[in-house]
Design a protein around this ligand. Structure first.
Ligand SMILES: [Zn+2]
Length: 418
């Protein structure tokens, strides 16, 4: 802990008071990223004439997926000379992931930075450290008339999806997050987390009872306002996507269990098929949520397999975006987990696993440096106009601008540039 001198402490308190008053003086409930300095190259992006064509924005977040996770998945799936789908994208950069109160971020602050363009404290979901709600890219997309969707292999009320469509002071408030996801009318929610949608003690499709303490059955409520609700891979396959506009598919009590059924690519494909019914376009976030969990457990096999699964989902997104004139697709992570490193021979370290084998049959070993998150910059790869804001080393907040610039109306430019 840093020892502060008394005068420094007083200065710090004064600064906090001033910034708190600054937030109080804002006219809107929301604090938006336009209050910060936007990247200057937004101006160049805006100089391109836009028309009324639909806009498609997809962000893939591999939770905890660092460069070495991608390398291990590449070796296993396509070999030392091959390219993952996500690595074959034309734009490459790096994201610096620190949060506002820590050198090393957690998933809540990491996702908030990507979703809102503003850094916050670890644990907070689309709220500033002063507890002011921060408007998200998903909410801007809704204002512009775009359909919206969130897909994950963990609970859909978990930190990463939560930061795109809910505002709470703590990621642990998963009952409240589930309610806000529904109240904010996200069109497509696919993942785990049935228990957060059902009242305490009542049973749905999976073995464990619901956990909501307010007695509400959010799945019944969703059905009453026009959502199709499903809980099996067969129902997902049988869905008439051309006539489905609002969909909640929860495929587990909490996180989805391996092998994921449906898998992330299947969920991504269905999400796109439903969302593209909106003639104005859509915003979609897809999370490989358990890359992080496997890495916390130093479980190389599942960390690698989940990264390969995630890459298959990315290829579904690329196939769709490639046929669209106005689209941005971004693949990144909120942070690296585990300090993963790859070695060709065994070191005998107790945190080492292997041998694993590259596609060519070459053995390698995985070493883990920690069971926590690390400070490593994480790769960004991208396709489409907005991606060019990310072709270097950028703060994670810059990803928000790459996702969002297209959906701001043109007359928004003066606000952006002030
Ligand atoms: Zn994370």
């Amino acid at each position: 802990m840093l020892k502060l001198k008394k005068t420094n402490l007083i200065l710090l308190l004064l600064l906090l008071l001033i910034s708190y008053r600054w937030f109080l003086n804002k006219p809107s409930h929301y604090v938006s990223a336009e209050l910060d300095d936007p990247p200057s190259s937004i101006q160049e992006l805006y100089s391109v004439t836009k028309d009324t064509d639909p806009i498609y924005i997809i962000v893939f977040i591999g939770d905890g997926m660092g460069a070495e996770h991608r390398k291990a998945a590449q070796w296993v799936n396509v070999g030392f000379d091959g390219y993952l789908n996500m690595d074959s994208l034309p734009i490459h950069g790096w994201s610096q992931t620190a949060s506002s109160n820590a050198l090393i971020t957690d998933s809540a602050a990491g996702a908030t930075a990507i979703a809102t363009g503003i850094r916050t404290n670890n644990g907070m979901i689309a709220m500033s450290p002063e507890l002011v709600a921060l408007k998200t890219v998903l909410e801007y997309a809704q204002e512009r008339g775009l359909a919206t969707g969130l897909v994950s292999t963990v609970q859909i009320s978990h930190a990463t999806p939560a930061a795109f469509a809910s505002h709470v002071s703590s990621r642990t408030m998963m009952n409240e997050i589930a309610l806000q996801l529904l109240e904010n009318h996200v069109n497509v929610l696919l993942g785990g987390g049935e228990d957060e949608f059902l009242p305490y003690g009542s049973y749905g499709c999976f073995p464990e009872p619901g956990e909501r303490l307010d007695g509400r059955n959010l799945l019944d409520e969703a059905g009453a306002i026009g959502y199709t609700t499903i809980c099996t891979p067969e129902q997902l396959t049988a869905l008439n996507t051309g006539e489905t506009f609002n969909l909640i598919g929860l495929f587990g009590d909490e996180a989805m269990q391996r092998p994921y059924r449906p898998n992330l690519a299947e969920m991504t494909s269905t999400a796109i098929d439903v969302l593209k019914n909106d003639p104005q376009g859509f915003f979609l976030m897809v999370e490989g949520g358990q890359i992080d969990w496997a890495s916390h457990n130093n479980d190389s096999l599942n960390a690698i397999q989940d990264t390969i699964d995630f890459d298959e989902a990315v290829s579904v997104g690329i196939d769709f975006v490639n046929s669209q004139p106005h689209a941005t697709l971004i693949v990144t992570a909120d942070h690296e987990t585990g300090g993963m490193s790859l070695h060709l021979s065994s070191t005998g370290d107790s945190s080492e696993e292997g041998p694993f084998f590259s596609k060519e049959g070459i053995p390698f070993f995985v070493n883990w440096g920690t069971t926590g998150h690390t400070a490593a910059n994480v790769p960004i790869t991208a396709l489409g106009e907005g991606g060019y804001l990310l072709d270097t080393t950028v703060p994670n907040t810059q990803i928000f601008w790459a996702l969002t610039w297209q959906i701001f109306p043109k007359n928004y430019l003066p606000v952006l540039m002030k």
